[in-house]
Design a protein around this ligand. Structure first.
Ligand code: HPA
Length: 274
């Protein structure tokens, strides 16, 4: 068996020994959005650091544990905190949890993040449904020998974000009276925020929001045939679009402010999927 696949299998077997639970959907909670895990009917919690070989996050606001439980009747596994490429992990390490959640049984993936707005019609606190993405500024998670057990060598990427799921998110937002933007997400490696000229570049490339996660996870999930949905919390306008410098504290404050609205939306979407 290939080394990376063997590592995945070992993580999956370890988790299954600790937790008797088969999730149907997986949720990744971004910066400041971690408290959503409190809104689920929890069956089990497993810190990443307990899982041999598992990458663990060092970023404040990213707790670093799996929460298993129910949202309505839907069994979910929630990642409370993720690891990022800028922490020094290989890109394969960064997406290992996504692959593990698929192997645990999750066929649907809801990705969330905090992002900077590139579209000047956006403002801090907006939520954006991700319609497509640019992952070209980070290495491909599929580089190296293909893991045939997960997916094919040259996967199609024409609809990374599932349209039906996207429509469901829009319907739920409508019903809840939540204004939802739609746009393209671009992942840059970080950890520095962008220079004003880089922000202009991202905008020229057609992106509406910029962040340091998510797109590589979506590539891995798409490779495995998961149905993917992504929502960004626009915490700020990107550098150069305002006259203020940007800080992680501001990002956390704004995502904290939006948490309730965001939680409502995610909970409603998951309940409908159940
Ligand atoms: N840039 C990159 N990542 C981010 C930003 C930003 O402006 N805001 C929140 N995450």
């Amino acid at each position: 068996m290939q080394k990376e696949y063997e590592r995945l299998r070992q993580c999956v077997e370890f988790i299954q020994k600790q937790v008797d639970f088969k999730p149907k959907a997986a949720v990744v909670l971004g910066s400041g959005l971690g408290s959503f895990a409190e809104a689920i009917d929890v069956c089990a919690v497993l810190p990443y650091c307990d899982i041999p070989g598992f990458p663990t996050s060092s970023v404040p606001g990213h707790a670093g544990r799996f929460v298993f439980g129910y949202v309505g009747s839907l069994p979910v596994v929630v990642m409370q905190g993720r690891v990022h490429y800028y922490e020094g992990y290989s890109i394969q390490d960064v997406v290992l949890p996504i692959r593990v959640m698929k192997l645990l049984g999750a066929d649907t993936l809801l990705l969330t993040n905090a992002a900077g707005g590139l579209n000047t019609e956006y403002e801090g606190g907006n939520l954006m449904l991700i319609t497509d993405q640019i992952a070209s500024f980070v290495p491909s998670v599929l580089r190296g020998e293909n893991i045939e057990e997960l997916g094919e060598r040259f996967p199609d990427m024409s609809e990374i974000y599932d349209r039906t799921l996207g429509n469901l998110v829009k319907e739920c937002a409508d019903e809840l009276g939540i204004a939802l933007k739609e746009g393209v997400y671009i992942q840059l490696p970080g950890p520095n925020y962008e220079s004003p000229q880089e922000v202009k570049m991202c905008r020229l490339l057609g992106a509406d929001a910029v962040g340091m996660s998510t797109a590589c996870e979506a590539v891995a999930a798409n490779h495995m045939g998961m149905k993917i949905c992504g929502i960004s919390c626009i915490t700020n306008l990107a550098c150069g679009l305002t006259d203020r410098p940007l800080s992680h504290q501001e990002v956390q404050e704004v995502s904290g402010r939006v948490t309730d609205t965001f939680q409502k939306l995610v909970r409603t979407v998951l309940e409908r999927l159940g």
